[in-house]
Design a protein around this ligand. Structure first.
Ligand code: NDP
Length: 335
């Protein structure tokens, strides 16, 4: 079976040559181990952070070691009392077609059949979904009637945030790159969309946000950072709440970038800017799954996926996140 590792630490935007593929045979499971054939793997923006050799909330990837990430697969052999052939498993053993390990060592969990497609376990009903849920409801303390601005609104996290905010009775402004993505965000229920590629200067972006929210915004859900964050500070109403989820526009920067030049407004407007990491909110998981299942069944929550076929495409899929090639969740289908 095939698997990917990091060949070099990328500088700036990663290149295909920063990745290396090899073939191995997943060994027969020993006592306490299972063998799993992955059917889906996830590529996520946070993986770029793990490619730097620096201390963070997750340890860096090591050169030559198989990369890790979310994956869904099926148990094909088991010497673990809690797992049987045919069980569906979500794990962190992605970037490979098959693996043999003790489930605990790769954060594997058996998942009940939900009626949802397996791929949803890596998206709307998985890590990005929980990120959206925890970020908008708990971190941003969303209230009915809020005016909410969401960047990266056509992506996995952002598209879920848009819909949760609509379910909770808010006015939603979503920004995304390109006409097609903006159309999707509108279809998901956003009241206003901003094509940030059409507003490619700070002043133009700010103008578009002001036009969409003439009375200002109460909540900003940040997926991209940079000009978007600065414009959101500018348009924030007093006591505004910001869930700082990610800043993808800066993940490939080689030099530190100046902060928002209007950060001083955080004082006068008494804004809350709160960063968060989804793994600190796993206590919400049961409630999240219950709510999400209900919303999906009742048609209030739609989820888009962009699927690349075959393990060979994994680096390309990953790079695609920084080129905006995905609508909704970017996934690699393995079998
Ligand atoms: P997405 O599905 O949103 O994919 C990434 C998208 O980012 C692209 O499709 C692209 O959309 C947009 N993008 C890429 N480069 C830029 C840029 N320079 N400026 C503006 N937009 C850009 O990914 P996810 O939903 O998985 O993640 C969204 C954000 O949430 C990321 O910042 C990620 O790091 C963060 N995150 C944080 C977590 C946490 O625990 N805090 C957990 C999970 C995700 P477009 O075409 O519109 O530009």
């Amino acid at each position: 079976s095939k698997e990917w590792s990091l060949a070099n630490r990328p500088v700036g935007m990663p290149k295909l040559s920063d990745f290396g593929m090899r073939e191995t045979d997943a060994p027969e499971p020993g006592n306490g181990e299972i063998q799993v054939r992955n059917s889906w793997m996830s590529v996520d923006p946070y993986m770029r952070g793990r490619m730097y050799d620096r201390e963070s909330y997750v340890p860096p990837f090591q050169i030559g070691e198989t990369l890790q990430g979310g994956a869904v697969g099926t148990v094909v052999a088991s010497k673990h009392p809690d797992y049987a052939e045919g069980d569906l498993v979500v794990s962190m053993a992605g970037w490979r077609e098959a693996w043999t390990a003790a489930p605990e060592s790769v954060m594997a969990n058996k998942v009940p059949k939900t009626g949802l497609p397996d791929s949803a376990l890596l998206g709307v009903a998985g890590m990005p979904g929980l990120t959206a849920y925890a970020g908008i409801l708990r971190v941003a303390e969303l209230k009915e009637g809020d005016t909410v601005f969401v960047s990266g609104a056509a992506g996995a996290v952002g598209s879920t945030v848009v819909q949760i905010a609509k379910i909770k009775g808010c006015t939603v402004i979503g920004s995304a790159g390109g006409t097609e993505k903006c159309k999707l965000v509108k279809e998901l229920g956003a009241d206003h969309v901003i094509d940030y590629k059409q507003h490619d200067t700070y002043d133009s972006l700010l103008g578009a946000l002001r036009a969409a929210a003439p009375k200002g915004i109460d909540v900003y859900f940040d997926n991209v950072g940079g000009d978007h964050l600065q414009a959101a500070i500018e348009c924030a109403r007093p006591m505004g709440r910001f869930a700082i989820c990610g800043m993808i526009s800066q993940y490939n920067d080689t030099e530190p970038r100046p902060g928002p030049n209007n950060i001083i407004q955080v004082v006068g407007k008494q804004l809350t800017l709160r960063g968060f990491i989804v793994s600190s909110h796993v206590d919400l998981q049961p409630q999240f799954l219950q709510d999400m299942a209900g919303w999906i069944q009742s048609g209030k929550m739609k989820f888009e996926e962009t699927v690349m076929e075959g393990i060979e495409t994994a680096p390309e899929a990953f790079l695609g996140l920084f080129q905006g090639r995905n609508k909704g969740k970017m996934l690699v289908k393995l079998t």
